[in-house]
Design a binder for this molecule. Structure first.
Ligand code: GN1
Ligand code: MG
Length: 380
């Protein structure tokens, strides 16, 4: 990450920052590249009393989020609700929630056509950092605890207040349909390079509707969920690695708690990144899963239903397969959705996720056994 003090990008960052209710002299900006979707900069300012204040400037990707203003309404409601709850509990709210800064015109966002669309500004949460891949079991525990606590914090919001920012976001059978359609169209002539992957996914497809079927029949409750619970969406204390705050609230909407837990299994139990090409390094590790499950259940065992608990292990396999399908679909469509660094990037990611899904699948009985042991320990 380089500090940009001058040049076109620095000017651009200073110009965007100048739209928001923040003060001080612009020192430098830097691009944060750990998301696949939005464009994110950190901007640093020298205040009159000599401090350095840092802010996050972010452009909402309007190819992915068709109605960015609606996304912002959701984010405003969620951040306000969390602040209210955290303040009521007399904890330090500032460190635990994202704060939006007003823009020119009085809204919490601004449309800048010359800068590609809708921008917003958050506080930079100081004294924290994120990990793109999990390194130890403490981080896995903290991620589970942080996203579990988030589910609890938003559990009393009115689901009708929150709109779906991306319809059918975690509807695995629909994601499979989309993949089949892209494979049939084959507009980039890429199907020949991923025949094996398509075959594997098709052989798994009878399992894809399990969770949405249980939701439809009322066996699983619809809750407000985060929907993007990657390990790098939790800010951990720089010194202690304790969880401070979860970020990336654009996909907070009504959903299933299981897709949140599943996405943590995907990203907090494997020490290889989504970009790893050496598939022998891509496997889930039971000690990470055990810590993750402990953290998550420490925060949620009071309110999860027995059906939710029963499907926790399965959910890790399901969402890993779903994300693998989404990368493969985007590869077949010509890389329009996920930011890619090279031509076969999406194919590499898809292969990586399918390898991880296979590894998770072979561990499901052990995972299940551990969850039941944990649940029993809360009852004792
Ligand atoms: C995207 O925001 P970011 O880049 O962390 C995607 C997630 C995927 C993830 C895969 C809105 O997340 O659903 O799980 O990539 N977000 C959206 O790494 O599609
Ligand atoms: Mg995201």
């Amino acid at each position: 990450m380089s500090k940009l003090q001058e040049g076109a990008i620095a000017e651009r960052i200073a110009h965007i920052g100048d739209q928001f209710a923040i003060s001080g002299d612009f020192l430098y900006g830097e691009e944060l590249r750990n998301g696949h979707i939005n464009t994110t900069y950190r901007a640093c300012y020298r205040t009159d009393d000599g401090h350095v204040d840092r802010y996050i400037l972010q452009r909402i990707n309007d190819y992915v989020f068709k109605d960015p203003a609606q996304v912002m309404k959701n984010v405003e409601k969620v951040t306000r609700h969390i602040s209210w709850k955290v303040l009521r509990r007399r904890k330090n709210a500032a460190g635990q929630t994202l704060t939006l800064y007003p823009a020119r015109g009085g809204r919490n966002y601004i449309n800048l056509p010359e800068e590609g669309g809708m921008w917003r500004c958050y506080n930079n949460i100081e004294g924290t950092h994120t990990y793109d891949v999990v390194e130890n079991t403490r981080q896995a525990y903290q991620a589970g605890y942080a996203f579990g606590s988030f589910q609890e914090l938003v559990s009393d919001m009115n689901p009708e207040d929150i709109r779906e920012s991306i319809p059918d976001f975690h509807n695995t059978p629909k994601r499979f349909e989309a993949l089949q359609k892209s494979a049939a169209a084959d507009i980039m002539h890429r199907v020949a390079s991923c025949k094996k992957e398509l075959e594997l996914i098709r052989s798994w497809s009878p399992q894809f509707s399990k969770l949405v079927d249980m939701q439809r029949s009322g066996e699983l409750p619809t809750r407000i969920t985060h929907n993007d619970t990657k390990i790098n969406n939790v800010m951990l204390d720089e010194e202690t690695d304790g969880a401070v705050c979860v970020i990336d609230l654009d996909t907070v909407m009504p959903g299933l708690s299981l897709y949140d837990f599943g996405d943590m299994v995907r990203t907090a139990t494997c020490m290889a990144s989504e970009d790893e090409t050496d598939l022998s390094k891509v496997h889930m590790q039971m000690p990470f899963f055990e810590s993750l499950a402990e953290g998550y259940l420490d925060a949620t065992h009071d309110f999860l239903t027995p059906n939710e608990v029963n499907m926790l292990a399965f959910s890790g396999w399901l969402i890993t397969t779903e994300i693998g399908m989404r990368f493969l679909t985007d590869y077949l469509d010509g890389d329009k959705y996920f930011r890619c660094e090279y031509a076969e990037h999406n194919l590499v990611r898809a292969r990586n996720q399918l390898a991880l899904a296979e590894s998770i699948q072979s561990n499901i009985p052990r995972m299940q056994k551990y969850i039941l042991k944990l649940i029993k320990s809360y009852a004792d």
